[in-house]
Write a protein that binds this ligand. Structure first.
Ligand SMILES: [Zn+2]
Ligand SMILES: [Zn+2]
Length: 310
């Protein structure tokens, strides 16, 4: 037990550490000791019943959700995983940092697993196909030993940046610093703006814990629910679907059947009525010159391989 705890702690502090497991252990099995931080993240949300309520804290939680969701969909997904646009090294780093605040591990780990998902969607090599059950596709896959480490061979283009490798390896650092900063912001606001009725612990619970848990689970629905529920426009070789409701919650990721049809596109809502907030924000960023070379979907690709109307 103590050895298991030590091993788990070593990987929390340095995710690059490889731990030897007994050869008879099932790598799809969930290691309850290792995932303790993930469980604690959820338990801390109960804190909302023990702190005084303020609308400021709720609004702050919403803002933290929105900003970090944009970093995940716009950058972890569309930039790091798919290279749907180009940017410089500083913006690349800043959004890797902001994405790391989402507590979904480093951009390299995220992008490598996601590239694998596109290579092998809904086959037995897919890291998180719902064909293996809802729980597995939602969170069993990353809570198991099978997907702890970053598959570096899938991301040679990203491995050349030492700053990204550092964020990926020490992936606990940014979330801890982020949560601590929110706590101190609450402490500060209690003194300089008492009318907001917030304080350190309240802002930490809402702005970090509640916001992060909701953010994580909504992100995960793209793996678990959009390969199950929604409409199929394109005859892709997988079960991906377009789901407008999840597209709203995830700032555009719900257009998942569109995305599997043409993953290289910066926009996932292929038509004007398909709301894709990340795309709008990326477009605005491109006007300022922060990002460039946005890859649009060619008209003939958008019109091709459609599922026949019934
Ligand atoms: Zn998918
Ligand atoms: Zn993708």
């Amino acid at each position: 037990m103590l050895t298991r705890l030590k091993q788990a702690a070593a990987v929390w502090l340095d995710s690059g550490k490889h731990v030897q497991h007994a050869s008879d252990e099932d790598i799809r099995q969930i290691d309850l000791i290792r995932i303790f931080p993930f469980i604690a993240l959820h338990l801390m949300c109960i804190g909302v019943f023990f702190v005084e309520f303020s609308w400021f804290a709720v609004g702050f939680a919403f803002a933290m959700y929105f900003i970090r969701m944009f970093a995940i969909t716009g950058f972890y997904h569309r930039y790091f995983s798919h290279k749907a646009f180009k940017t410089g090294r500083i913006i690349q780093f800043l959004f890797a940092l902001l994405g790391a605040c989402a507590t979904q591990r480093g951009a390299l780990w995220w992008a490598a697993h996601h590239r694998n998902h596109h290579r092998s969607s809904d086959t037995e090599d897919d890291p998180h196909s719902p064909r293996e059950g809802f729980f597995w596709s939602h969170m069993g896959w990353f809570l198991s030993r099978k997907h702890v480490h970053t598959q570096e061979q899938l991301i040679p283009d990203l491995m050349q940046f030492p700053e990204l490798r550092w964020l990926d390896r020490f992936d606990m650092v940014v979330p801890v610093v982020f949560a601590t900063a929110i706590f101190f912001l609450g402490v500060l606001l209690k003194h300089v703006a008492p009318e907001l009725q917030t304080n350190g612990v309240q802002l930490l619970i809402w702005g970090y814990f509640v916001s992060t848990v909701v953010l994580i689970h909504v992100t995960l629905t793209i793996n678990s629910l959009t390969h199950r529920f929604g409409r199929r426009r394109y005859a892709t070789n997988d079960d991906s679907r377009n789901n407008w409701f999840l597209a709203v919650l995830t700032l555009g990721e719900g257009w998942h059947n569109n995305h599997h049809h043409y993953p290289g596109s910066v926009r996932q809502g292929f038509y004007w009525w398909e709301i894709d907030i990340s795309y709008y924000l990326l477009k605005i960023m491109s006007w300022t010159g922060l990002i460039h070379d946005l890859k649009e979907i060619p008209a003939e690709v958008r019109a091709a391989r459609k599922v026949a109307e019934a």
